[in-house]
Design a protein around this ligand. Structure first.
Ligand code: GAL
Length: 539
């Protein structure tokens, strides 16, 4: 039997184990980048819409910055299949069929992506690839062969209208469909990046965590939640930043599920489009990059202002997104106006971002110790502000005045005396029943309870390599059967095992840290994806 300590270390390290066994670069080794029509056009598009955006990616220089895949979303096909069961391209939108469109996209030096659905109909009620309603033969392989014949490089498989046979669970029906699509892609004869929407159909339920634990076996990225707000021609200036914040809020706690070749997808970049100010567009780019989220633009590229193009094309910010480690940012601190994020980059440098959610400017000053570095007077940071390019040498703190809805972002190189950063930041859980609103979605762990995040020192935790959870010099322990902070010792009651589901399991008694109904902490037997037992730790 393996020693318990070894198992504990493995469990704590597991989310960061990267790359495939043979050392080969996996498909989508870094988060996919590109463009998709959906959030701007929905079903109002033709072949020309797609091609004019593809050309605009080239002309604006955004293709050269990495936005390299053009994907056609829902509504490209007819409602029915032909007599051989083949999908039929909508002849009004695509009078010459799909292949010439794919070829034209390829000729521009771009990859070509397409949308389908794991159900019998897409969300727009066009022909889906999945089992017919009531059961029968699916079309995953047949459709995949068709896509491969067009030269498809990327498939987004949505999850509307999945047939769930009597006696089968919804999770099992989705898993069967996504597994079948994954098997079909292996027979496509060309590499096709697979974007799965399955988790989005379970958001907010215990099954969400189950689905999130297997999508990585089948594809490279997955949409795990609700859509970012779309553009509407009738009301083009409707504000959309709230939806960006919501998608950020639900994506941020899911870091343990991602690694190179497996990405949480927080949905499209609408930054630069109407309904988003320049500050808000900067925020979306900075937040998505801190999360290593796919950067898939969905706007009218030819109409982006030069300022928007420079935000979306900021090479230094994109490099944070595309960092080969693929680590999720840690939420270092959250108060009612500000989020502080910290991210490990390859080669011993780091990124720091501060989001100002408030409607008034906010000042921030961060010390190296706030970010998990050793509290040492010699510890100084070389920092680069990624929006202005301004460099600071040997700074003792990072300081900024941040406009409403804007996000400051730096790359930092610490001096040797700073040491390696400890895993320091908030420990959060998602609150039941609060939806589509960042405020209140995450609850922060403080000493004996969870509650609205306030940014207080009691909400800052360091996860040690032994699995202790330290805050303000004390460790989370169990006293009189209840979790509470106590002076740190080597008691096994102070060691917590963290698993992929997100449970914190006490090493001494095998019970799970639970947020009771009154938000006071309890220890209870671990359940099956119990939402009051699922935690998000510093990464
Ligand atoms: C939604 C999906 C959107 C878009 C749309 C098409 O389910 O989240 O991104 O693909 O369907 O109908």
């Amino acid at each position: 039997m393996l020693p318990a300590l070894f198992l504990l270390l493995c469990a704590l390290a597991a989310p960061h184990i990267a790359l495939s066994a043979g050392g080969d670069r996996p498909l989508a080794a870094v988060p996919p980048m590109g463009w998709n029509d959906w959030a701007h056009y929905q079903c109002h598009f033709t072949a020309e819409t797609i091609l004019s955006n593809a050309r605009a990616l080239v002309d604006t220089g955004l293709r050269a910055k990495g936005y390299n895949t053009v994907t056609i979303d829902d509504c490209w096909m007819k409602k029915d299949r032909d007599e051989h069961g083949n999908l039929q391209v909508d002849p009004e939108r695509f009078p010459h069929g799909m292949k010439p469109v794919a070829q034209a996209v390829h000729a521009l030096g771009l990859k070509f992506g397409i949308y389908e659905d794991a159900g019998y109909e897409t969300c727009g009620r066009f022909a889906g690839s999945g089992e017919p309603d009531g059961g029968g033969r699916d079309h995953f392989l047949q459709d995949t062969k068709l896509f491969a014949s067009w030269g498809v490089d990327y498939l987004k498989l949505d999850g509307c209208n999945v047939y769930v046979p009597n006696g089968e669970s919804k999770v099992a029906a989705y898993r069967k469909a996504y597994k079948a699509q994954s098997a079909a892609l292996k027979r496509a004869g060309r590499p096709i990046v697979f974007s799965e929407s399955a988790p989005a159909y379970f958001q907010g339920t215990p099954d969400w965590y189950d689905v999130l634990s297997w999508v990585g076996d089948y594809g490279q990225l997955w949409r795990e939640g609700s859509d970012v707000a779309t553009f509407h021609a009738k009301e083009p200036d409707r504000p959309r930043f709230h939806s960006v914040l919501w998608n950020y809020a639900y994506n941020l706690p899911l870091g343990r599920f991602q690694k190179p070749g497996n990405w949480n997808d927080a949905d499209f970049i609408i930054g630069g489009d109407t309904g988003m100010s320049t500050a808000e567009s900067r925020s979306q780019m900075a937040l998505w990059s801190m999360m290593s989220a796919p950067l898939i633009l969905s706007s009218e590229v030819g109409k982006l202002s030069p300022e928007a193009v420079s935000v979306l094309g900021n090479k230094a910010v994109i490099a944070i997104d595309q960092d080969p480690l693929g680590r999720m940012a840690t939420l270092v601190r959250r108060n009612p106006s500000i989020d502080v994020l910290f991210k490990h980059l390859k080669g011993g440098s780091y990124a720091v971002a501060v989001l100002n959610r408030a409607n008034t400017p906010s000042r921030i000053e961060l010390s190296p110790a706030d970010l998990g570095f050793r509290s040492d007077a010699e510890c100084r940071l070389d920092a680069r502000d990624l929006w202005s390019g301004a460099e600071q040498r040997a700074a003792s703190t990072l300081q900024a005045e941040i406009d409403p809805h804007d996000t400051a972002i730096w790359s930092i190189h610490p001096a040797a005396s700073c040491g390696s950063p400890s895993r320091t930041g908030t420990i959060t859980m998602t609150a039941a029943g609060r939806h589509r609103d960042i405020n209140g979605y995450a609850l922060c762990l403080a000493s004996g309870q969870v509650g609205a995040c306030s940014g207080s020192p009691a909400e800052t935790w360091t996860v040690t390599s032994e699995g202790a959870l330290q805050s303000q010099g004390n460790c989370l322990d169990v006293a009189d059967g209840k979790p509470a902070t106590q002076p740190c010792s080597d008691s096994k009651l102070q060691h917590w095992r963290y698993n992929l589901t997100g449970e914190l399991i006490n090493a001494s008694n095998g019970e799970c840290l639970t947020a009771g109904a009154t938000q006071n902490l309890t220890l209870e037997s671990c359940g099956q994806n119990r939402l009051d037992q699922i935690w998000s730790l510093p990464n």
